[in-house]
Design a protein around this ligand. Structure first.
Ligand code: FES
Ligand code: FES
Length: 292
């Protein structure tokens, strides 16, 4: 391997990888050392790439560091590049050639490391999950870490922003969606827990043209105030009516634990009654007050 075939940043990464292996007294310089060196580069390209993939860089760094700690220690003598790392260099060179790039960069190295088999650094790819999601009847391919909350997949990857972030800990209900017909708080559903056949419905997919009885009642009674919590409220109300077409006030309070900082609870109840075709749905004029 000739160092002058690498960009300056690439050479720097290789040098740092050698130093990392020496510092750890590891027998050989492994792809893990190189990945660690590239992740540590303050202006490197690796962190932004992983960031775009939705990967948690700190988690990967910790994993790689732990993997380096488990490598065999040197018995004396000099470290050499492991066969795995030599393969990475060859693959990176090929990648550069295929891109018609004159020099091998850290980007080529990263691609080669991600493709590396039988090495801890190769696990980088496993951390980012390719998933097929059915959202509002359409299939989306998303690539993100398995523990990414569904809320962020819906908002950032699928691009539907009607589902809101409130608390992030399944308390407020602003992020409510339906999964296979069940009401769920998407901030607390990790991507990795979903199956390919799961049907996810967001506020955008509840009905064509906002024609769901709950949406019509909401518009008629002017239920929202600031509106922030309302997509979650509507999803919760729609799920309630599906299970219980004629709910009482008590049923509504028990089923809908969504928080509204504007205190629209009485209008929400009236809206549910109206959508259910119940006479007391006319309590539209109830003021926005506390829940009780
Ligand atoms: S953001 Fe999910 S429950 Fe609050
Ligand atoms: S309408 Fe403002 S938070 Fe509910």
């Amino acid at each position: 391997m000739r160092l002058d075939k690498f960009t300056l940043r690439g050479q720097e990464a290789i040098q740092t990888a050698i130093e990392a292996a020496e510092k750890q007294q590891n027998q050989q310089v492994e792809p893990s050392h190189l990945l660690f060196a590239m992740l540590e580069q303050p202006e490197g390209i690796v962190r932004p790439i992983l960031g775009k993939l939705g990967a948690n860089v700190q988690v990967i760094l910790n994993d790689v560091q732990a993997a380096i700690g488990r490598l065999p220690k040197v018995q004396g003598g000099q470290q050499y590049f492991s066969p795995g790392l030599s393969q990475v260099f060859t693959a990176a060179q090929k990648e550069a050639d295929s891109m018609k790039d004159e020099f091998v960069s850290t980007e080529h190295l990263l691609i080669a490391i991600a493709d590396a088999k039988d090495d801890n650094a190769g696990k980088i790819r496993e951390r980012t999950l390719m998933a097929k999601l059915n959202v509002n009847g359409k299939t989306f391919d998303v690539q993100a870490e398995a523990d990414t909350p569904l809320l962020w997949i819906i908002r950032e990857h699928v691009g539907l922003t009607g589902t809101k972030y409130g608390c992030g800990v399944a308390q407020c209900g602003a992020c409510s969606v339906h999964i296979n017909g069940e009401l769920q708080r998407s901030c607390s559903i990790p991507l990795g827990s979903l199956k390919a056949g799961d049907k996810i419905v967001t506020i955008e997919g509840l009905s064509p043209n906002a024609s769901h009885p709950i949406q019509k009642a909401w518009a008629e009674l002017d239920v929202p105030q600031c509106g922030y919590c309302q997509s979650g409220q509507i999803m919760a109300a729609a799920a309630l009516l599906k299970k219980n077409p004629k709910p009482t006030d008590q049923d509504i309070d028990q089923a809908m634990t969504n928080i509204c900082r504007c205190g629209t609870y009485q209008r929400i109840r009236a809206g549910v009654h109206l959508a259910a075709g119940q006479p007391n749905g006319s309590r539209a004029a109830a003021p926005a007050t506390s829940k009780s």
